[in-house]
Design a protein around this ligand. Sequence first.
Ligand code: SF4
Length: 330
Amino acid sequence: MSEILRVVRLKKWFPVQKSFLERLLAKEKLYVRAVDCVDLSVSKGETLAIVGESGSGKTTLGRLILRLIDPTDGRIYLDGQDITNLKGEALRKLRRRMQIIYQDPYASLNPKMTIGDILRDPLKIHEIVSTEQEAREVVLNVLERIGLTPAEEFYSLYPRNLSGGQRQRVAIARAIILKPELIVADEPVSMIDVSLRASILNLMIELKKELNLTYVFITHDLAVAKYIADSIAVMYLGKIVEKAPTEKLFKASMHPYTQALLSAIPMPKPLHTKTRKLEIGGEIPNPINIPSGCRFHPRCPYAKEKCLKEEPQLIEVDRDHHIACWLVSK
Ligand code: SF4
C-alpha cells in the first residue's frame, strides 16, 4: 500500500502563560511539550489508531496533521506533498481532502442549524454543488447512507432533536460529504452510550471500504483500537513509544507502557499472548517538566541507570514493529 501521510520530527510546544512578575523572575521560557518529535507514516486505506492516556499529546497530534494548528517544528506530507506551511487558498483546498470527527457530538454541531443546513454548508463552501436542489439531494443520500431515515425527516430536525448516537452519525456524514482522503477521528465513540459504540465503529469500517478512506483514529481505549485499527501507535508524553500492526501489538507488545495499558483492559478470557502483565502507578507527568532520559522512567518497574540519563529512540525491532525502550535497543 502506498503512503498517504507522513509526519517527520513533528513538534508542538505551547509557551506557558505566566504573570508579569513570574516572567521577570523566570530564568528560561517554559513550554508544554505536547508533541515532541513524532515520526509517523500511514498507508492509503489504513486505520492507524493513536492510543494514550489523557495528556499524551494524541489530540494535539491529530490537530497538527489536519493543519488546524501550526507546528513548532517538523514536516507534514499528504500524498507526498509538503503541507506544513500551506496558507490561504491552498490550505482551504487542503481542508476538503482531510476532515475531522470530534469527540463530543453535542458540542460539535451548531444547535441553531438544521441537520440539512449543517451538511449543506461544506458543499457550498467548497463549491461542490451548483444548485440548492443538488445540495439537498447529496445531503439526503448521505443521510440515507449513514442510517438516519427517513432522510427527509432528519433533514429538517435540529441537533437537540437527536440522540448522542444520531448526532455522531451526523458528524460522520459531515466528515464524508466532501469525499475526503483522510479522516482524523478524535475519540469518536467515547461520549456515546456503550451499547451504540459498535454500531458507530461498524459504520466507520463500512464507509472506509466504500469510500477508500484512511483513518487516523485517536483513542484512550485499546479495546476500541483493537476493534477498528490495522495498526496502533502508543503515545506517552508527546512521543510515540511503540507502533505495530494491531495483532502483533496485542500478542507481543514490548514496551512496558503498552504492556501496562494492555493489562488494564478487562478481558473475558485470557489472551494467548507473550505480553507480560504489568501494573503501573502514578499519573502521567506534567509535560512542562519532562523527565530526563526515558520519559516513562518514573513509572517504569524495569527502569535502570541508563533509562534515567539517555532517551531511547524509536527503532524497528521486527517487521513493522517499532519501539523506544532500552530493554530492546542497545
Ligand atoms: Fe522502562 Fe527504561 Fe524501557 Fe523506559 S527505556 S520503558 S524506563 S525499561
